[in-house]
Design a protein around this ligand. Sequence first.
Ligand SMILES: NC(=O)C1=CN([C@@H]2O[C@H](COP(=O)(O)OP(=O)(O)OC[C@H]3O[C@@H](n4cnc5c(N)ncnc54)[C@H](OP(=O)(O)O)[C@@H]3O)[C@@H](O)[C@H]2O)C=CC1
Ligand SMILES: O=C(O)C1=N[C@H](C(=O)O)C[C@H](O)C1
Length: 256
Amino acid sequence: MVIRVAVVGASGRLGGVACRIIEQQSDLELVARLDSRSDLDEMLGADVVLDVTTPGVSPTVVDHAVRSGLKVVVGTSGWSEQRLRGVRTLLAAHEGSAVVVVPNFSVGSVVATHLATIAARFFESIEIVEAHHAAKVDSPSGTAVRTAELIGHARAELGPVVAPHIDQRARGQQVSSVPIHSLRLQGVVAQQDVHFGGTGEVLTLRHETLSSAAYEQGILLALRASARSTGLIVGLDSLIGLEAPAVAPPAAESAP
Ligand SMILES: NC(=O)C1=CN([C@@H]2O[C@H](COP(=O)(O)OP(=O)(O)OC[C@H]3O[C@@H](n4cnc5c(N)ncnc54)[C@H](OP(=O)(O)O)[C@@H]3O)[C@@H](O)[C@H]2O)C=CC1
Ligand SMILES: O=C(O)C1=N[C@H](C(=O)O)C[C@H](O)C1
């Protein structure tokens, strides 16, 4: 079966990558390319909508797609736990729909975040430093927010991390108690370091995106999974054989 895909945000950096690789697949057909001048109804001939827009626009795209009976893959950042709660409510009223929210399409990033959730139990001093290209409009990154949320969940029984002097602006923005520091630098694609401080030791988990080619495999995985799934899936974890993050109620919500 050929999966018909509409890309919203097709004229953007990630949208361009997505359109190119979708067109190279025999089981995917790119049926619509939408940008900021498009009418969202242009997505209606598709089976799956890929949203790669902006954090402000993304909820409208998801809402429109789900209410139109389409499945959605969301690559756009900004989907914190709070925002995901709204999707759960929306999906409950639209049985058969699927929303796959992927904070990071890079497999290495998913593995790094998974490792961070393991390390989180062994350190009470944890901070994230993320760096992105200078054109990125949002901060902290969606990946960093998700990583912090999952660290917070992994430490649910241990309590918040220790973040001294957090009232000082240069100490970062806290998400689930974890301070996040954002750099926006020319020359960078994307990088995230999660630092774990212990007694006489520091563990650092670094993931570096060297080019947008890192997103290609994950985009295809998510598109194919969305077509055969119902409910909410967050992250590529369950699609690459890692245990799905426990932050969202898992089994009842996804059926890939
Ligand atoms: N999950 C992941 O692995 C990755 C996620 N991202 C995220 O994806 C998102 C997009 O990133 P990037 O491609 O760099 O951003 P760009 O700024 O390059 O592209 C944004 C796209 O959104 C479109 N757009 C803006 N407003 C609307 C609207 N109202 N309706 C429809 N389309 C609209 C723009 O269209 P126009 O050209 O007309 O303005 C453009 O095509 C960001 O949130 C980013 O963080 C990025 C890389 C990887
Ligand atoms: O804007 C980007 O470039 C990226 N955005 C995502 C994020 O906010 O985490 C994913 C990746 O880091 C690239």
